[in-house]
Design a binder for this molecule. Structure first.
Ligand code: SAM
Length: 236
C-alpha cells in the first residue's frame, strides 16, 4: 500500500522507512504532539493515533484480572504472571492492557505505518512516566518468523484482522483505517500454525464473537465469550 507524506515527511520517512509519495491518500504527520495517520478521502473519519492513556484503556486497566483478555491469557491470582508474545500488536491496546496487569509483553507488528503509530504512542506513555509502557517491547516484523525461533513466552496472543466484520474488537474508525490500509490478514492460518508449533503452552485467538474458529480442525480447549469478542484458548 502506498503511503504518505505529511508536514514532516522527510523526517518521518527517515525514522520509519515508509515511502514518501506526494499525492498519497494517507498522510502520516505530527499534530498536537503526536504522530497521526490521516485519511484524505472525502467522508473519511478523523485521524488515527495511539493513545495508551485514554479513558477507555484506563477502564480496561481497572477491570484487571476480571477482563476476558486477562483470563484467556492465563493471568490468575496466586500464579506467576505469564510472559506474553502478542503476534498482532496493532494499536497496542491488548499488549498495553496486559502490561498494566504486570505481564512482560513482546508485541510484534509487521505494518510499518502501524509500527510507527504504536512506537509513538508507547514513547508518549513512557514520557508520561507510565510504568506499564516499560513492560512492552515493540518488535517490528513478521511474527510467524519469530515464532519459529521459539520465543521465551508463556502465551501467544493472536488478533488478526477479520475480513469485513463490524463486530471486531476494533472501533468503527480503526476498522475503516485498517481495512483501507492493510486489508484482511489472509495468512492467519499460517500464523496460527506457527504459534501452535512454537512450544509456547497457551495460544489465545481473539475473534469477533460469531466468527468461525481460526482452524476448524483443531479442538479448542477453553472459550471466553464476551458481547462482541470471543477468545479461543488452545493449550498445546
Ligand atoms: C486487528 S489488529 C490487532 C489489534 C490489537 N490486538 C490491539 O489491541 O490494538 C491486527 C494487527 O496485526 C498485524 N499483523 C497481522 N498478522 C501479523 C503477523 N503475521 N506478524 C506481525 N503483525 C501482524 C496487522 O498488521 C495489524 O496491525
Amino acid at each position: 500500500m502506498t503511503v504518505l507524506a505529511g508536514s514532516a515527511s522527510a523526517d518521518i520517512a527517515t525514522q520509519t522507512g515508509i515511502e514518501v509519495a506526494p499525492n498519497a491518500r494517507f498522510v502520516l504527520e505530527y499534530a498536537q504532539g503526536r504522530l497521526q495517520l490521516r485519511d484524505t478521502a472525502t467522508g473519511a473519519p478523523g485521524p488515527l493515533w495511539v493513545d495508551l492513556l485514554s479513558p477507555q484503556l484506563e477502564s480496561r486497566r481497572k477491570a484487571g484480572r476480571g477482563l476476558l483478555l486477562a483470563k484467556a491469557c492465563g493471568v490468575r491470582k496466586g500464579k506467576p504472571l505469564p510472559r506474553i508474545f502478542d503476534a498482532t500488536a496493532g494499536l497496542g491496546r491488548d499488549a498495553f492492557t496486559l502490561a498494566a496487569l504486570g505481564c512482560e509483553v513482546v508485541a510484534m507488528e509487521r505494518s510499518l505505518v502501524v509500527q510507527a503509530l504504536l512506537a509513538d504512542g508507547l514513547a508518549r506513555a513512557l514520557a508520561s512516566g507510565d510504568v506499564a509502557a516499560r513492560r512492552v517491547q515493540l518488535v517490528p516484523g513478521q511474527a510467524a518468523t519469530r515464532l519459529v525461533a521459539r520465543p521465551a513466552a508463556d502465551t501467544v496472543l493472536l488478533d488478526p484482522m477479520f475480513p469485513q466484520d463490524d463486530r471486531s474488537a476494533l472501533s468503527r474508525k480503526e476498522m475503516q483505517y485498517f481495512q483501507a490500509l492493510l486489508g484482511p490478514d489472509n495468512d492467519e492460518a499460517a500464523l496460527f500454525g506457527a504459534a501452535m508449533e512454537s512450544s509456547v503452552r497457551r495460544v489465545v485467538v481473539k475473534r469477533p464473537r460469531i466468527a468461525p474458529r481460526i482452524d476448524a480442525t483443531r479442538p479448542v480447549d477453553v472459550v471466553f465469550e464476551g458481547k462482541s469478542v470471543r477468545f479461543d484458548v488452545y493449550l498445546t
